[in-house]
Write a protein that binds this ligand. Structure first.
Ligand code: ARG
Length: 465
């Protein structure tokens, strides 16, 4: 259809049409577009703006278009400028005159604003569901490793003993915060822009409360100019997904390090690894590396959408058409990343012996030696200094702390006694770290229980049983 033939003497050039058109991207909105159009037509009929029989034809026409798209019978045509024109053109082709009435008291500006909100609402819930699934996988892994002692790191240097359960549950907390953010963000989607039309609403006696309610919003938006130019919710959604993918990327980075030959803490399953075309011995963590790179992509989408919006005056400007590129790309990459992570974590092999072996290295119990001296009456700073000298001695003599005899210890401080050796035992050290949020197996069990409780509440809130 040549939409602008009334106003224009000449046809848009093919190149300009290609540049201007968005159907190759926004066809993904078809379901939401048809949903919005059906409710709009219902409202037009209810308010006496179109006849009952026209409404019936429009509704049936839209239903048949949806069905044909879903069955693969109807293909999107690049002749149409965007998904909105495509649906309208199809409708008129199918039902004739009545189809031309659908766009009464509406503009593509409020139409696309609505479609995007419906899309984000749907995908936000989907994202919450995916993250809940990921949490389940992490928790299962944690439950299997409550007593798996490993070194905890700061600066990637061996620091203090923890368990793999505690380590992996740290990611469960990050993802729990992502779920909370997604859940909260649903609030910024609860007003319907439909009826704002191009920018200045309409002279037709429409009912915006009705369309808002029918589409599952609590109310219509308050300012028609803001409604058609607001993309805050796009930024918010992309932002949350970018932050979440940053969490995935940190986890992926850790998996890459932990699966290296030097660490050998974990083994990523064959199903989620790649080989090398030349080096037969290789098993590479390609999936984890891609997860890292996907985070870069989501970050750049966030910067992209912020940059598109930063200098657009009110109200609608065609710049906004590009929002979908960032939006779809972010969600789709987020979705596949979560699925891959679930697969990787549920098939991960944890090398408990190797973790324990490495936990005995690096003077991991030095802090506990200092704490022992404090319990025997020394000031912490003095205890810290003495322990430093002991570690120095141990390094020079290639000994671990439990290999140094009591006599030698007594040379450093008189207060050392037989009970010291039990005090620096890794299992004992862990069990002693029995404070809320700490790594003792009991506290990690508590952490898991509380996390599960919170997750359940989100499941119920989003009807994801
Ligand atoms: N394809 C457009 C978009 O996605 C729809 C709105 C077009 N409005 C307009 N006045 N040209 O933003």
């Amino acid at each position: 259809m040549d939409l602008y033939k009334g106003r224009f003497n000449n046809k848009t050039s093919n190149l300009a049409h290609e540049f201007n058109s968005s159907i190759t991207v926004d066809y993904k909105l078809y379901k939401y577009d048809i949903m919005g159009s059906k409710v709009h037509a219902k409202m037009l009929e209810k308010c006496g703006i179109i006849s009952k029989s026209d409404y019936k034809k429009i509704k049936e026409g839209l239903d048949s278009i949806l069905e044909d798209i879903q069955n693969g019978v109807l293909e999107f045509s690049i002749e149409s400028e965007d998904i909105h024109m495509f649906v309208e053109e199809q409708l008129t082709k199918r039902i004739g005159e009545a189809g031309k009435k659908l766009h009464t008291a509406r503009s593509r500006n409020d139409q696309v604003a609505l479609d995007i909100k419906l899309y984000i609402r749907d995908k936000t819930k989907k994202s919450i569901g995916l993250l809940l699934e990921l949490e389940k996988t992490i928790i299962r892994l944690a439950k299997d490793n409550l007593n798996t002692i490993m070194p905890g790191y700061t600066h990637l240097q061996i620091a203090q003993p923890v368990t793999y359960a505690h380590n992996i549950m740290a990611y469960a907390q990050m993802i729990l915060r992502d779920i909370k953010r997604l859940d909260d963000s649903l609030k910024s989607l609860d007003a319907s822009p439909l009826g704002s039309c191009a920018l200045a609403a309409t002279t037709y006696p429409i009912d915006r409360e009705f369309t808002a309610r029918e589409l599952g919003f609590t109310k219509p938006t308050l300012n028609s100019m803001d409604s058609v130019s607001d993309r805050d919710h796009v930024i918010e959604f992309i932002n949350i997904l970018a932050m979440s993918s940053m969490h995935f990327s940190r986890l992926a980075e850790e998996m890459i390090i932990y699966s290296s030959q030097e660490f050998r803490f974990i083994e990523i399953a064959d199903e989620y690894s790649s080989g090398s075309s030349i080096m037969p011995q290789k098993k590479n963590p390609d999936m984890a590396e891609l997860i890292r790179a996907k985070a870069a992509r989501l970050n750049s989408n966030l910067i992209g959408i912020l940059t598109v919006l930063k200098a657009t005056p009110l109200s609608y400007n065609k710049d906004l058409q590009e929002d979908k590129y960032y939006l779809f790309d972010s969600f789709e990459n987020f979705e596949i990343t979560v699925k891959i992570l679930i697969g990787m974590l549920s098939t991960l092999k944890v090398n408990k012996n190797r973790m324990l072996e490495m936990a005995h290295k690096g003077y991991i119990n030095a802090t506990d030696t200092a704490d022992y001296l404090v319990k025997k009456g020394l000031a912490f700073r003095d205890a810290y200094y003495i322990t430093g000298s002991i570690v120095n001695y141990a390094i020079e003599n290639d000994l671990s702390l439990n290999e140094i005899n009591l006599e030698t210890y007594k040379n450093f401080s008189e207060v050392f006694d037989e009970d010291y050796y039990q005090y620096i035992d890794l299992k004992f050290i862990l069990e002693e770290r029995d404070v809320f949020g700490g790594p003792s197996p009991n506290r990690v069990k508590e952490q898991i229980k509380l996390t599960e409780q919170e997750l359940k509440a989100f499941k119920i809130h989003n009807h994801l049983e």
